[in-house]
Ligand binder design. Sequence first.
Ligand code: PNS
Length: 164
Amino acid sequence: MFRLIYPGSFDPPHKGHLDLIARASVLADELIVAVLQNGDKAGQLSLEMRCKLLKQVCAGFDNVRVRTFRGALADFFSEEKATALLRGLRSADDFGYELPMTVVNRGLKADCETLFLAASPEYSYISSSLVRELLRLQKDVSPYVPECIVPELEDLYQEQAGKK
Ligand code: PNS
């Protein structure tokens, strides 16, 4: 069983995430999209909401599961008996961010390997922070976010802005 774990904050999920999920689901027997429960980053969306949106995004893939994890990713990797972690690379900057995490994860569990997929060029500039900024500005995020979650995301931010 070739089981990949794709970890992240997914705050919110965007088309770059969906691109990676679609491509990895073809490579792996099973793909676990693992949503971080805790960490340094103050999430803009609740864990429940991020999972709900991701489940909608992943609905069309039979071999993709959405899970949450807390604590060390390397421990979750062992619990799930995964083959490797999966991360996306949009740029050389991403590699600088990813490499230390990769090394630390292998330091914690020697078999905790990380595989990288290069982002498709059309998604190489998309980030969750950019999407959050557009949502705060009440601008259209449909070029960047999977169609199925655009209305819910826009509603959420409009509610936060007190417009509903
Ligand atoms: O989408 P992100 O925010 O870039 O994902 C980062 C994530 C969740 C992969 C990373 O923060 C993580 O693995 N956190 C869990 C804590 C951990 O295991 N840290 C050790 C590796 S440095």
